[in-house]
Design a protein around this ligand. Structure first.
Ligand SMILES: C[S@@+](CC[C@H](N)C(=O)[O-])C[C@H]1O[C@@H](n2cnc3c(N)ncnc32)[C@H](O)[C@@H]1O
Length: 237
């Protein structure tokens, strides 16, 4: 397996329980709705011990939603689940949908897991504003990548018969980008720490692992630890 694939599999595996815990923690603090934007084939409403009154809304392309509905027909989610098919790049329709959802949920958590790295800065900025504009969309769980890791992603283009799945979001300062659009970091959890709890270490290139003999394991770990995380954003002020 190629190094990049190793990293990609590792990060998807590790982010899953990390986000599970975020959702359960914030649900226990009174957040009664989750709006999963670009939900893909996520199955948290079936897996997590959610209460019956939790309102879980998934949005993805209509084709993905149809496929998922077909595959999960007959399975019972633990909470109130709604699936909506929409091309989120249609700005007018997205805004209308967000207005409708805002009117029917209470304090909600927005989840964009594995979505924003594929969008460019203009698209992420516009999405950040649209989420911000909805008063009930209070928290937003999303990725964090340190600019130190950008060159690894920029060095590769992922194009195949299904399309181009290269990363496109490389703001010069990740947190300043969101601050400028009204979002402040409330909490951050690093994949490195989550992985340690599962006995699945960050898959370092061999040459980086060897640097521990020069600089010491602690210094290398401190540097690697901050490369990637999931953040809970809240609205500033
Ligand atoms: C990398 S997948 C992540 C899926 C899921 N959140 C997860 O972590 O497993 C990105 C998802 O975003 C959806 N997506 C991308 N662009 C979209 C758009 N314009 N409208 C609706 N969904 C979109 C894709 O269909 C896909 O399911």
């Amino acid at each position: 397996m190629r190094r990049y694939e190793k990293y990609a599999y590792w990060s998807v595996i590790i982010r899953t329980p990390l986000i599970d815990r975020y959702v359960l923690d914030y649900a226990s603090r009174g957040y009664g709705a989750v709006i999963n934007i670009g939900a893909g084939l996520d199955t948290r409403p079936y897996r997590l011990p959610l209460t019956r009154d939790m309102h879980w809304i998934e949005i993805d392309f209509p084709g993905i939603v149809d496929f998922k509905n077909e595959k999960l027909a007959g399975k019972a989610p633990h909470c109130k689940l709604e699936r909506i098919g929409l091309d989120l790049s249609d700005h007018a329709k997205r805004k209308k949908l967000f207005d409708e959802l805002n009117a029917k949920v209470g304090p909600a958590i927005i989840l964009t897991e594995g979505v924003i790295p594929y969008l460019d800065e203009t698209a992420v900025g516009s999405l950040a504003r649209d989420i911000y504009d909805q008063p009930n969309f209070e928290l937003w769980i999303s990725e964090y990548y340190s600019p130190e890791i950008y060159p690894r992603f920029q060095a590769r283009k992922f194009k195949d018969s299904l399309g181009d799945s290269s990363f496109r979001f490389f703001p010069s300062d990740w947190f300043a980008f969101f601050e400028d659009r009204g979002w402040t970091q409330k909490e951050i959890r690093y994949l490195y720490d989550e992985a340690a709890g599962h006995g699945r270490k960050f898959p370092l290139p061999r040459w980086v692992s060897l640097l521990k003999f020069v600089f010491g394991e602690r210094r290398i770990a401190a540097r690697v630890r901050r490369l990637t995380a999931y953040v809970v954003f809240e609205k500033t002020g």
